[in-house]
Ligand binder design. Structure first.
Ligand code: IPM
Ligand code: MN
Length: 386
């Protein structure tokens, strides 16, 4: 049976407590299916930074990032703490990890589970079942741009990715002088093709019939013009799957009015960020929203699995948060490792507990603790057949 080496990063806020429950359920899944986990804990987060890294722009150092890459996957809680500049946990850990390991897929499924009520009227379990795929390496997330005061600016900016390197030289002359800012968004053929193809392949694997490609090519004609052209090209290789285009603003409306329409969604980075929170809300909120930052080629880069909720510092240490997003992130990790049966069991145990309704955390109107929920799901999993 397979053995996997996993890096655990609890991080900040509720991160460590929900990750503990995630690990508990992963251990139960291992017991049932016979896989073995080798867990290794890493201390990266606010406390560690304040003690040992204060003033540095990143949460960990490059050699430490590289070491994370020696594992089969990273199981991540969350980062973000009011005592540490936001950019340290974001650009200096989360986004850095995505780019460093070329985790070009951000898979954020939104499924209405048995036992969970949608805020949208009349939805039954699985009526909403969306594989949201967010491009995770470029678009408006590349961090290039400038801000200046006056009437002149001259910048040379480098963009380094595993796929390509680009240099931008931007000279601005502006009249009259004043505060000025610009930010560059990049879309490339190669990065678009690979994420779009992933979307179609996932649709095929999950026996879905439609891939919706989100854009705003009517206004951002250059970047999303290229994006929809690539979608058309890739779509031709999948004659059995309908290619459906949706403009980003209209997509928000349709996600609320008719979420059943959506099967697989492929969105550029920034729209994907926004739409994945919205999709999460339709299936019970961020407590049910897992994410995988995935490099499908396990040899080329390690992947990272996390709840998309953030660290919720005000709930830190209260044993109150809903650990289900973390547990479902573990399900995505199992799928990535090729352990599809174990992944199914995790979801089934989670749904069984939710449907039984005895254990409910505060976000879904109950009084159970974070660890009650982890215990109940792990216990239920141990009763299931491999
Ligand atoms: C997310 C978060 C991040 C993002 C932030 C924390 C940088 O909102 O993972 O969705 O914008 O990607
Ligand atoms: Mn987000």
């Amino acid at each position: 049976m397979s053995t996997y080496s996993i890096a655990l990063i609890g991080g900040d806020g509720i991160g460590p407590e929900i990750l503990r429950e995630g690990k508990k359920v992963m251990d139960a899944a291992a017991e049932v299916t016979g896989i073995t986990w080798n867990w290794k804990d890493y201390p990266y987060g606010a406390e560690h930074w304040l003690k040992y890294r204060k003033g540095e722009p990143t949460l960990m150092r490059e050699e430490e990032m590289a070491e994370l890459g020696t594992h089969d996957a990273i199981y991540f809680g969350s980062v973000g703490d009011p005592r540490v500049p936001e950019s340290v946990g974001q650009a200096g850990a989360l986004l850095w990890m995505r780019f460093y390991f070329d985790q070009y897929i951000n898979l954020r499924p939104a499924k209405l589970l048995r036992g969970v009520e949608s805020p949208l009227k009349g939805k039954k379990p699985h009526d909403i079942n969306i594989y949201m795929i967010r491009e995770n390496s470029e678009d408006f997330y590349i961090g290039l741009g400038a801000r200046f005061t006056g009437n002149k600016s001259s910048e040379t900016m480098e963009l380094k990715r595993k796929l390509y390197k680009a240099r931008f030289k931007v000279d601005v002359d502006v009249e009259p002088a004043g505060d000025f800012a610009y930010q560059i968004g990049v879309v490339t053929e190669k990065a678009s093709e690979r994420v779009l193809r992933y979307g179609f392949e996932l649709a095929k694997k999950k026996k879905m019939t439609r891939v919706t490609v989100v854009h705003k090519a009517n206004v951002l004609t250059k970047v999303y013009g290229l994006w929809i052209e690539k979608a058309e090209q890739v779509g031709k290789d999948y004659p059995g799957i309908a290619l459906d285009f949706a403009i980003a603003d209209a997509t928000t409306m349709w996600l609320v009015r008719r979420p059943e329409h959506f099967q697989v969604i492929v969105a550029p980075n920034l729209f994907g960020d926004i739409l994945s929170d919205l999709a999460a809300a339709t299936v019970g909120g961020l407590g049910f929203a897992p994410g995988g930052n995935i490099n499908p080629d396990r040899k080329a880069g390690v992947s990272m699995f996390e709840p998309i909720s953030g660290s919720a510092p005000k709930y830190k240490g209260l044993n109150k948060a809903n650990p289900i997003a973390q547990i479902l992130a573990g399900k995505l990790m199992l799928e990535h490792l090729g352990e599809d049966r174990a992944a199914e069991l995790v979801e089934q145990a989670t749904e069984d507990v939710l449907e039984a309704g005895k254990v409910r955390t505060f976000d879904i109107g109950g009084k159970s603790t974070c660890s009650d929920m982890g215990d109940a799901i792990a216990e239920r999993l141990l009763q299931l057949k491999p």
